[in-house]
Write a protein that binds this ligand. Structure first.
Ligand code: ADP
Length: 349
């Protein structure tokens, strides 16, 4: 069903993305691929459809749950849970390996003590079979363990030719910072990765997506509803799906907008929280910057002026540069414009 709110797994549930699926399939034998695009654009769905069609074994490691300063235990428990979900594919190659405990259908990688298993060793063992290791929202791996993780991936890049790593990320600048293929200090420096970027649907495609989705549930699409949903959500399939579902539940367009804004506000609040860990002032500035950008301050000097007026103090140009850089790296804005129309509305609140 096109309007199913979970990530899609088969092509008949996925609208368009033929080109991107082919790109993934054609490059699947490379050691590294990156799939980028803003939140809700369909990265996980496109990846899963491609992987399921390839009929190659894969593991999906979802890093969304990792906190900013995650530790080795957090990392290993995500790896353990992900590999438990493909236990039947890896049981034979991992059983008996030091640092791996398999009990029933669950697998656990030991993370401390003499029996611990390094990621590089894990990859070497996995290399006994063809396996795709997909790491969803990989920018979340930034942090104290990132060098160790990249060391292990660089090792696998060089020696484990049965493994392919696919990274997805919605905070695109941060994803590329994490990979660091252009950073001389990064273990992955100079390694090639094939990059797939997912763009939003055009207006026409968004309308076609909604019309088809409504048809699937036996409704003739009302043009004005379709137009309104496309006006609100632009061509972001995750939001279009969200809006269509709320409409099917009986929601009015204005209410749907409010619910979407509250979801976006929660997400922005999490971003502001990461600044709060630096300082309360830094978090407040972020809020002001978002509000000013939301109200259309689309040049450096207008934005500086607006934040200074909101805050009642002078801020240095480097502070503003840092705020802008961070908002761009997390794919909230580009060239002073929000990439997601709902985030723009939420920022005004
Ligand atoms: P991302 O990984 O980029 O955040 P997801 O793949 O999780 O995006 O998709 C977000 C939502 O949008 C899901 O409900 C998914 O089913 C839907 N979706 C995304 N792209 C498509 C598409 N091309 N066709 C149908 N539904 C889609």
């Amino acid at each position: 069903m096109l309007f199913d709110e979970r990530p899609k797994k088969t092509r008949d549930e996925l609208f368009d993305r033929e080109k991107e699926i082919e790109e993934i399939k054609n490059n699947i034998n490379r050691p590294l691929l990156a799939i980028s695009g803003i939140r809700r654009i369909g990265k996980t769905s496109t990846l899963l459809v491609a992987l399921n069609e390839l009929k190659t074994d894969y593991v999906l490691i979802d890093c969304r749950r990792l906190k900013e300063n995650y530790g080795r235990q957090d990392l290993y428990s995500i790896f353990s849970a992900s590999f438990s979900s493909i236990i039947d594919k890896v049981r034979d190659i991992l059983s008996g390996v030091r640092g791996v405990s398999i009990v029933g259908n669950s697998i656990e990688f030991k993370w401390k003590g003499r029996q611990s298993l390094s990621l590089a060793d894990l990859f070497d063992h996995l290399n006994k079979k063809r396996l795709i290791i997909a790491i969803d929202e990989a920018q979340k791996l930034r942090g104290p363990l990132s060098t160790e993780i990249k060391d292990a991936i660089a090792h696998a890049y060089d020696y484990d030719e049965n493994l392919t790593f696919i990274f997805t990320g919605s905070e695109i600048g941060l994803l590329y910072d994490f990979l660091g293929v252009e950073d001389k200090n990064s273990p992955l420096y100079g390694r090639y990765y094939y990059s797939v970027t997912l763009e939003r649907f055009s207006r026409e495609m968004s309308k076609e997506f909604l019309t088809k989705g409504f048809q699937e549930v036996g409704l003739r699409a009302n043009n004005s509803v379709v137009d309104k949903l496309v006006d609100l959500f632009d061509g972001i399939p995750g939001w279009l799906t969200f809006g269509a579902n709320r409409f099917l539940e009986g929601g009015k367009i204005d209410d749907i907008m409010e619910i979407a804004i509250s979801v976006a506000l929660d997400e922005l609040e999490k971003l502001i929280d990461t600044k709060r860990r630096v300082s309360e002032i830094s978090a407040r500035r972020y809020k002001y910057a978002l509000k000013c950008l939301g109200s259309g301050m689309n040049t450096w000097s207008k934005l500086l002026d607006c934040i200074q007026r909101s805050e009642g103090t002078t801020i240095s140009s480097s502070v503003l540069d840092n705020i802008l850089l961070s908002l761009e790296k997390t794919s909230i804005i580009k060239d002073y414009e929000f990439l997601d129309p709902i985030y723009r509305e939420a920022s005004k609140r």
